[in-house]
Design a protein around this ligand. Structure first.
Ligand code: FES
Length: 499
């Protein structure tokens, strides 16, 4: 564990938050404040939930969607939003570990997801900065170059077009690249706002600031929020990590974070394409824009959520790497995004227990490729609810076997001896008897305390000194500095404590 002396509150440059979320615009859907019924209730207004909802409305099925916070402002809105079937090195891995049919099914599901996004943007006239771009996976080592060649062969084997280049079109040295031509990028938060509008225009009902605090059985299913209840024949838990499931998903997955920064850039055409590196430390690169002009968005290597006591230092490293390798100007935005990895690198989607919990659908574990996989997940869930089957049922089967040692709980990285060790602008976890208390000190010296015990399964949270959140090192719940839930699986806030 890092010593607390090394953990400082860095004054990070730029605005905190995602450049996509900042430019998404307001939605303003009402709070759920009554007891209502629909055939399907969707929990979560990200890409899975909204795709499911729109697909169901297109088929004339009744649907209600409840979002804990605001549409488009959560995990999807913090992603890099590449609409591509190129997921770094995946097809060689899937062929070697699961066989060609599974790898082909993965390619088909993600191709279908990518196509649906582009079709819907056109059909629903969603202004979300959609741009056709080539996707590149690049290597910086000779070993990586070999992996690029193997991946290209695997991709062709499952029906995808892949070209190997001697180098990536980047302003630094690379040892080769895999190119998937004619992929796309967009602003994911604007896309979700547009999808929500399309759902509402077709008679779907959407409620915001309506966190599901209970999901349970009624005549079939009920989702209870602070002020209302939805009864439904089907429930779709589309909350990135499931906040409820008849078969637990938390131990089948590992929560991961990435640091992301968006820089001002003079001439955005110097970077033409979407890029992901495969050699450590890996970086992901794409262009974008906010209200003030073009941006270059760069992601750093992943790390386990809540298992790093100095996330701010990762931003310092990412800025340094970006300035060394890319033509970047001032930092405009910086944020952490999160997702869940699975052991076989394929998401879990579907009904975990169709016999005992029919109509209960989940989607999780997108391995940071949730745009095309998440859309495919929504398509699959909606198709099953409509009474059909899905060709991706086996691919995404949420109860397929998994290695029991894949998931690793972590310890809090913020333990200090006493509040005296917490300087202005910092935070730490102190022990008082049997109780662990998460304490932060404001710039004026005043102390604020909540329980450090995560309300999901009781692990001790870690202070994220970049986003100023309390992050759980076990299953990735994220709490605001005042303890309110930002990201599950926790559904209840950290309990306020008197010091
Ligand atoms: Fe599971 Fe915190 S998220 S214990």
């Amino acid at each position: 564990m890092q010593s607390w002396d090394a953990v400082w509150m860095v004054n990070l440059p730029g605005n905190r938050g995602s450049c996509w979320v900042a430019t998404a615009g307001r939605t303003g859907y009402p709070l759920l404040d009554s007891s209502i019924h629909a055939e399907t209730v969707v929990v979560g207004g990200g890409i899975v939930g909204l795709t499911t909802a729109l697909r169901l409305r297109e088929a004339g099925r009744s649907v209600i969607l409840v979002e804990a916070l605001e549409i488009g402002k959560q995990v999807t809105g913090r992603s890099t939003a590449k609409i591509t079937t190129q997921h770094a090195l995946i097809y060689r891995h899937l062929i070697d570990t699961c066989g060609v049919p599974t790898a082909r099914s993965y390619a088909e599901a993600n191709s279908a997801g990518a196509e649906l996004i582009k079709d819907w943007i056109k059909e629903h006239a969603i202004a979300c900065d959609l741009e056709r771009k080539n996707a590149y996976t690049y290597a910086t080592t000779a070993e990586g170059h070999g992996e690029i060649i193997a991946e290209a062969e695997a991709a062709r084997q499952v029906g995808l077009q892949a070209e190997v280049l001697d180098r990536a079109p980047l302003p630094f040295e690379t040892a080769g690249a895999l190119c998937f031509a004619d992929q796309a990028q967009f602003n994911p938060a604007q896309y979700l706002v547009g999808l929500a509008r399309a759902v509402a225009n077709r008679g779907g009902r959407i409620f915001e600031k309506s966190r599901a605090i209970l999901i349970g059985e009624a005549s079939r299913w009920r989702v209870v929020t602070a002020h209302g209840t939805v009864h439904a024949e089907n429930v779709v838990v589309a909350t990135n990590m499931t906040v409820k499931s008849p078969v637990g998903m938390a131990n089948r997955t590992q929560p991961r974070c990435h640091t992301a920064m968006a820089f001002r850039v003079g001439d955005p055409s110097v970077i033409d394409g979407m890029f992901i590196g495969i050699d450590d430390p890996t970086h992901s690169i794409r262009t974008g824009r906010d209200g003030d002009g073009p941006l270059l968005v760069v992601l750093g290597p992943k790390f386990n959520t809540g298992q790093d006591g100095n996330v701010a230092a990762r931003f310092v490293d990412l800025e340094e790497w970006s300035r060394k390798n890319l033509p970047v100007g001032d930092v405009a935005w910086g944020w952490c995004n999160e997702d869940y990895d699975t052991a076989d690198r394929v998401p879990y989607v579907g009904e975990p227990d169709p016999e005992n919990a029919p109509g209960f659908h989940i989607a999780t574990g997108f391995n940071a490729w949730g745009i095309s996989n998440g859309t495919a997940a929504g398509m699959m869930i909606a198709d099953v609810i409509r009474g059909g089957s899905s060709p991706w049922h086996n691919l995404y089967n949420p109860t397929r076997p998994y290695p029991k040692d894949f998931h690793k709980n972590g310890d809090s990285q913020s333990i200090v001896q006493s509040t005296n060790d917490i300087r202005a602008g910092e935070a730490g976890v102190i022990q008082r008897g049997d109780e662990k208390i998460a304490v932060r000190r404001d710039a004026d010296g005043s102390l604020h305390a909540v329980s450090a015990t995560c309300t999901h399964k009781g692990c001790t949270v870690t202070w994220n000194n970049a986003d100023c959140t309390w992050d759980c090192p076990c299953h990735g719940s994220i709490f605001a500095s005042d303890g309110t839930v930002i990201h599950g699986p926790a559904r209840q806030p950290l309990i306020p404590v008197d010091l």
